[in-house]
Design a protein around this ligand. Structure first.
Ligand SMILES: [Mn+2]
Length: 349
């Protein structure tokens, strides 16, 4: 408990009186989960503390430390979000109203559902999205499906000009994500990252590294983070495992370039989910939750309990974001049943 004195100091900032961990653990008014954001420059990037009845994790994004405190075994540690693209044809305000009414805490936006080019989305519209989400008590987690449109962008293209345009567009996506209140940019884009004929895997890897470094550097000023998503082999031929993604993250070596995991793609690795999660603990910032049939959690056969336990063990304080690939049951049923299943899962520990 080397960090205890500092922790007491930090807690004192948000409490009229300094509290020890033991006092905090027995405070009846203490909510099951408490999040604090503090400016606290330090050289370490993250740390976790475990007390017999409290779990505390610190993570930093530039100068801001996020401190998450929760009572062990109580309440919901992880927050639940949903991706907007399954609400085909709905306007965003209706999506926000609907999902917040169900009890979702976050929303993740696929920019292509708003415009084929984010540069066409004006500042008023961006502000409206941010304010509308916030008026329904929803946190905009971030963006995903980043490079579906405009056509022609490609992360690992042999043409330098295409890569430059792709980088410029990713910068625009950082601005857009920031303008709508998001912090995470999930980089999946299976088709816009695949290794093309005539390009070696190593070349593609180097191109990706260069672009992600520049993009992370750009994102830093917005407090935003690129989260790279390893994807199943049938979706792309570039980076299919968490291990490979972590290698890229290590090589890019930028605090604003981290890992995103997606259950559907993790299953493709053939490795137990808890194992992948534990190996990813230092890098994981966001997660897509879905089932083995491409539907919402609980629609298929995945046993999520060991995975949730692993997330708790690594003190994952991010979102579980429902992302489906099969929209056939309809958005209402997918959103409602997925949330019910996740809540049951998180509360039945
Ligand atoms: Mn995903």
């Amino acid at each position: 408990m080397r960090f205890q004195p500092e922790l007491n100091k930090l807690l004192a900032v948000h409490n009229p009186r300094p509290l020890s961990l033991a006092q905090l653990a027995t405070e009846t008014s203490f909510p099951p989960q408490m999040v604090m954001y503090l400016e606290f420059p330090e050289s370490v990037n993250s740390l976790t503390l475990r007390h017999e009845s409290l779990s505390i994790s610190f993570s930093r994004n530039s100068k801001i430390w996020k401190i998450l405190i929760y009572k062990s075994g109580e309440g919901v540690l992880m927050k639940i979000a949903i991706c907007n693209e399954l609400f085909k044809g709905w306007n965003l305000r209706d999506v926000f109203r609907y999902v917040s009414g169900l009890g979702y805490e976050g929303i993740e936006i696929a920019p292509f559902t708003i415009s084929d080019d984010v540069r066409k989305i004006g500042s008023n519209e961006r502000r409206e999205i941010k304010e509308s989400a916030s008026s329904y008590g929803l946190k905009v987690v971030g963006t995903h499906w980043l490079l579906v449109t405009p056509k022609g962008l490609h992360l690992t293209h042999p043409d330098e000009n295409v890569r430059w345009l792709t980088e410029q567009y990713l910068f625009e996506l950082v601005k857009f994500t920031d303008d709508i209140g998001g912090r995470i940019l999930v980089f999946g884009s299976p088709n816009q990252r695949k290794v093309l004929t005539g390009v070696s895997y190593q070349q593609a890897w180097n191109y990706a590294k260069e672009i992600f470094y520049e993009c992370s550097q750009f994102a830093k000023d917005f407090g935003a983070t690129f989260a790279f998503e390893p994807l199943a082999k049938h979706l792309t031929n570039f980076i299919n495992t968490a291990e490979e993604a972590i290698q890229l993250i290590k090589e890019v070596s930028h605090p604003n370039f981290k890992l995103h995991l997606d259950i559907f793609s993790m299953l493709d690795e053939g490795r137990p989910l808890p194992d992948t999660i534990k190996r990813s603990s230092e890098y994981l910032v966001h997660l897509h939750i879905n089932d083995d049939n491409g539907l919402g959690p609980g629609f298929g056969n995945v046993d999520y309990r060991p995975m949730i336990k692993a997330l708790e063990e690594i003190n994952y304080g991010g979102f579980l974001s429902v992302e489906v690939f099969d929209f056939s049951p309809g958005p209402e049923r997918i959103a409602t049943v997925s949330l019910e299943n996740l809540k049951k899962l998180l509360q039945s520990k």
